[in-house]
Design a binder for this molecule. Structure first.
Ligand code: MD6
Ligand code: FE
Length: 205
């Protein structure tokens, strides 16, 4: 059974929740990346992000010079994003229910790939239509330090170590909290090799 850790109002870490399914999740990520490759997207300000991204599900989160948004098609291939694997849906629903958000039905999964030195600067997830739905975030492979701040950017973030199999569920009063990921340390993990994979399941529409 996963150990439940409350990290804020509406924000929960389920330690080791996905450990037994980590290999299945990673295999599904590899199959998705074979069709919709990882890429570094450009922010509206013109900076290339250090984290590499792809998506699956009906909608995918993208950024380019025109802004942050969800799109039905992968701009690199012109095709729909690959479908959401059943194992993502099933685990996402179970994890969110365990954290007190019953009835979560994600239509989008953003997949992030971190290598040594990759970071994600503080941001809010606010391109979704309905902030009533939580975000469910799975960590696979190398450990990372998740930065969990407050409602304002100036609020100094807490540092929360995340390991392979940990799940963060994020909603309610924390839904718009600033958060990010500290630069990844170089290491090797038996599942993913030299990288960390993060899946964030969202209800975009
Ligand atoms: C990551 N996660 O862990 C980046 N956003 O790689 C996120 O940006 C995130 O983990 C919203 C809720 C949970 C998250
Ligand atoms: Fe985020």
């Amino acid at each position: 059974m996963a150990r439940i850790e409350r990290i804020g109002e509406g924000a929960t870490v389920l330690r080791g929740f996905a450990i037994e399914d980590a290999a299945r999740l990673f295999d599904a990520v590899c199959a998705i990346a074979a069709v919709a490759p990882f890429r570094r997207m450009v922010t509206p300000g013109g900076f290339e992000m250090s984290v590499q991204m792809t998506n699956c599900g009906a909608l995918g989160w993208i950024t380019d010079r025109k802004g942050y948004r969800y799109e039905r098609r992968d701009p690199e291939t012109g095709e729909n994003w690959p479908p959401m694997p059943a194992v993502f849906l099933e685990l996402g629903k179970r994890a969110s229910a365990e954290a007190g958000f019953a009835g979560f039905f994600p239509d989008s999964c953003l997949i992030n790939r971190y290598e040594a030195g990759t970071l994600l600067s503080l941001h809010q997830d606010r391109n979704e239509r309905d902030f009533g739905a939580p975000i469910v975030s799975f960590s696979l492979g190398l450990a990372a330090v998740f930065l969990f701040g407050g409602a304002e950017r100036s609020h100094r973030p807490r540092r929360i170590p995340l390991e392979s199999g940990d799940v963060v569920i994020w909603g309610g009063a924390s839904r718009l909290a600033f958060h990010g990921v500290a630069p990844l340390s170089a290491s090797v993990h038996p599942l993913t090799g030299d990288c960390r994979i993060n899946l964030t399941l969202r209800k975009a529409l």
